[in-house]
Design a protein around this ligand. Structure first.
Ligand code: FES
Length: 133
């Protein structure tokens, strides 16, 4: 292993700090989209961003950046305004809770929000949305 090799273990969305992909996305994957400034999302915060027509809840939790569908599967509550505890979001309208990493609702594991890949390039949080169509 050279000194340029990444540390073993799962990749962190923050590990891309200062790096930028110059390759096109693989077939079936969308392009990276700028979502927010890292300075606007300090640890422990969740915020709502809209990219095109997609509403996303962006969260900085436990050392990583997560992106999850921002419209609650129950009745459309704003998950970008949810309460964040650890890696769990609690919808502000009726309290449904979601795991940020999987998007799964915590009581009924058959209900799941879409989750999106994230990375940080410089001070910019990017989200990869699926391609349109
Ligand atoms: S709309 Fe989210 S829990 Fe009801």
């Amino acid at each position: 292993m050279s000194s340029d090799d990444p540390a073993p273990g799962p990749p962190s969305p923050l590990s891309g700090l200062g790096k930028q992909s110059t390759t096109e996305p693989p077939p079936g994957e969308g392009a990276w989209e700028n979502a927010a400034s890292l300075a606007d999302l300090p640890p422990g915060k969740v915020m709502e961003v809209v990219i095109g027509t997609t509403v996303i809840a962006l969260a900085h939790a436990e050392g990583a950046i997560f992106a999850i569908d921002g419209i609650c599967a129950h009745q459309g509550g704003p998950l970008g305004k949810a309460r964040l505890e650890g890696c769990q979001l609690t919808c502000p309208w009726h309290g449904w809770q979601y795991d940020l990493a999987t998007g799964k609702q915590l009581l009924s594991r058959t209900i799941a929000q879409r989750v999106f890949s994230t990375r940080v390039v410089g001070d910019t949080i990017q989200v990869r949305l699926p391609p349109i169509g």
